[in-house]
Structure formats: structure tokens, C-alpha cells
Design a protein around this ligand. Structure first.
Ligand code: SF4
Length: 356
């Protein structure tokens, strides 16, 4: 691989064809941080208006650190995964206390901040501070496995570590900000998971998978499917006489409805996770029993609890969640595992948590 050639082709393409995104017009580490946290698990087009509004209201680290929680969560309302913004506020307070309000300027310092992992630390340190730290995520893992025609399983941590070394070699000697953003765009626009647009790819002449005609089978991604035991706290949550269920958008029980469950060790931890994810307060009031459900390659151990959402019904509905009556519950497609939980709660649920 001719690294200089790769960098030149990639960055020239990015300057001409890269996406024009609001956070690409700044070197302010705070603004880049906000964009990167919002982009975790959220589509670019969804993030744009949130990003603009957040920065208009809380334009710097100090304003976020001192902001009222209600305001911060209001600005995040609808983005989900509320833990992200709570961690941001904590990190902003750390920056005020430990760095005199100035965003730390090295990868090693940035990654120590609450809620910041390898990808986000690499993105901020390269884009805002010019550090040669390549970003590793699904996009860049896919590009690397194709341009080097490598069959490593990208689901493994070992592969991610090895590919980090490759990325840091590739980024060396060029503008780290442009390089990383160009890789992000190449993965999003050209070297896509299915049907990569190799005809218009700026690095096609350097791509070993293209030469070997293996682009369709790369990257290799094999998740561990061995039989494993998973321990959940599963909560049958009610508001008044209605139930709170969610529709699974992916995973084992895709398109089926079910109760919220987390791999946590205590009801308090469940309540915190629930608040982080849904922005609603809950109280688990009664332990029912443990239910075991065996799938083909997995065993769920569900500690079933009864609980209530303590926020008003108007708030639940204003967040676009749905509450279901007992009659509706019988009509919804609900997984067998969670039907078992209903059965267990039905036998002894009367009278607890104010249930009737
Ligand atoms: S040539 Fe095709 S497979 Fe190779 S990097 Fe470009 S888009 Fe990806």
C-alpha cells in the first residue's frame, strides 16, 4: 500500500465530494464533542437540528456545566439514550474543575472524561487538535478490511486493536482532521456495507479487495453465538391501569412487544437505566420471581418485578410512548418469554404497587 497515494486520493475526494455538515465548520472541541455524542446511535439528519439548537442554547462548556437539568434534558428530548447527555454534563463540570474550563487537548486526557470512548476521543483529538489518532468504528473497520483484503473477524476486540494500528499508520503525516472525516464519509457514501460504489471510489486503484473481487464477502463479522446465560431484571411497568411496553426494533425478538429489561444487578440500577433511556422516573415495588426462558442459543434468566412509572401520564404520552390497556395486551404480539412474566405477575400482582 502506497500510504501517501491513499491519503492524497482520499482527501482530494473529500474536499470535493464530502458531506457539508454543521459541525464541519468549526474546530471548537466543545462543538465537535456535542456532535459526536449526538451521532452515537442517531442518524445524521436527525442530529442536525438538535445540534444547532443545543449550541445556540448552551454555547460553551461553562453554560453546559451550569445548566439546569430540565433544560439540558429538554434540549435532548427525542434523541433517546439520555445517559449520553447526563455524562456530558458531568464531563463539562470535570473540565471546569480540573482543566480551568479549557477542553483537554490530548487523546489520553479526553478519553478519561465521562461518557467518552475510543472513537469519540479519537475524533475530538484529531479534528480539534490535529492528533494523529485514527477513528475506529464499523465504517473504518469495513474500509480497512477491504483495502487490505483481510478476513479478520471485525466483531473481535483483537481485530479492532490491530486495525487501530493500521489506521494510525494510514493517518500518519497528513491532516488528521481531514483524513478521519474523509474516512467517515467514504464509509457512509461509497464503501457502504452492501453494494459499495467501487466505480466512483477514490481509492479503488489501491483496494486489494477490488482487485481480488472479494468486496462482496468483506468484512467478515461473526458474533459469538454460543449458548450463553443472560441475567435480566424485567419490569412489568404500569401507569394507572395501563401497561408500558416497547416494540423491539431489532435483535432476537424483533417486531414483538415486550417489557423493558436490562442486564443490571439491582432494582435501583434498573430505575437509573430506565431514566437514562426513556427520560421517565420509575419505581420497582415488588419482586415476583425468576423465570427461565431457553432460546436455541441463549438462556434468559429474568428476575421479574412489578413497578410503576411515577411521572404523569401526560408526560409519558408527550414523549411519544404508548400505554396499553389489559385488553390491548392480549391482542399485542408479545414474546413467549414476556407472556410467562405476565402469567407470573397475574397470579400475585394484585394489591402491590397500587395495582388492581
Ligand atoms: S474499491 Fe470498493 S471495496 Fe474498495 S474501498 Fe473503494 S468502495 Fe470500498
Amino acid at each position: 500500500m502506497n500510504i501517501q497515494h491513499f491519503q492524497k486520493n482520499l482527501i482530494t475526494w473529500y474536499k470535493n465530494k464530502g458531506r457539508d455538515l454543521p459541525w464541519r465548520h468549526t474546530k471548537d472541541p466543545y462543538a465537535i464533542w456535542v456532535s459526536e455524542i449526538m451521532l452515537q446511535q442517531t442518524q445524521v439528519d436527525t442530529v442536525k437540528p438538535y445540534y444547532v439548537r443545543f449550541l445556540e442554547t448552551l454555547p460553551d462548556i461553562k453554560s453546559l456545566a451550569l445548566a439546569d437539568d430540565d433544560l439540558v434534558f429538554k434540549l435532548w428530548e427525542g434523541l433517546g439514550y439520555y445517559r449520553r447527555v447526563r455524562h456530558m454534563k458531568e464531563a463539562a463540570q470535570t473540565i471546569i474543575e480540573n482543566y480551568d474550563g479549557h477542553f483537554p487537548d490530548t487523546y489520553d486526557q479526553i478519553i478519561k472524561l465521562k461518557g467518552i470512548g475510543n472513537y469519540t476521543a479519537s475524533a475530538i483529538s484529531s479534528i480539534a487538535f490535529g492528533q494523529e489518532k485514527g477513528v475506529i468504528d464499523g465504517n473504518t473497520l469495513r474500509i480497512l478490511s477491504r483495502i487490505y483484503n483481510r478476513q479478520d473477524n471485525i466483531a473481535l476486540e483483537k481485530t479492532k486493536k490491530n486495525y487501530q494500528i493500521l489506521m494510525d499508520e494510514l493517518i500518519h503525516g497528513c491532516d488528521p482532521s481531514l483524513f478521519n472525516q474523509a474516512m467517515m464519509d467514504l464509509g457512509a457514501m461509497i464503501c457502504t456495507p452492501k453494494h459499495p460504489d467501487c466505480t466512483n471510489c477514490p481509492v479503488q486503484n489501491l483496494c486489494e479487495a477490488y482487485r481480488a473481487d472479494t468486496t462482496a464477502i468483506l468484512p467478515v463479522k461473526i458474533k459469538n453465538t454460543s449458548k450463553s446465560d443472560i441475567y435480566y431484571i424485567t419490569a412489568i411497568l404500569k401507569k394507572g391501569d395501563k401497561y408500558f411496553l416497547i416494540k423491539n426494533e431489532e435483535g432476537l425478538l424483533q417486531n414483538l412487544y415486550g417489557f423493558v429489561q436490562y442486564e443490571v444487578e439491582s432494582p435501583i440500577s434498573f430505575e437509573e437505566h430506565f431514566y437514562d433511556q426513556y427520560g421517565l422516573s420509575v419505581r420497582l415495588c415488588e419482586y415476583i420471581k425468576e423465570i427461565k426462558h431457553v432460546f436455541s442459543h441463549r438462556i434468559w434468566h429474568m428476575s421479574v418485578y412489578l413497578g410503576e412509572i411515577t411521572d404523569p401520564e401526560e408526560k409519558i404520552l408527550s414523549e411519544n410512548y404508548t400505554l396499553y390497556s389489559q385488553d390491548e395486551l392480549t391482542l399485542l404480539p408479545i414474546s413467549t418469554a414476556h407472556r410467562k412474566a405476565i402469567g407470573a405477575a397475574g397470579a400475585i400482582g394484585d394489591g402491590v404497587c397500587g395495582f388492581s
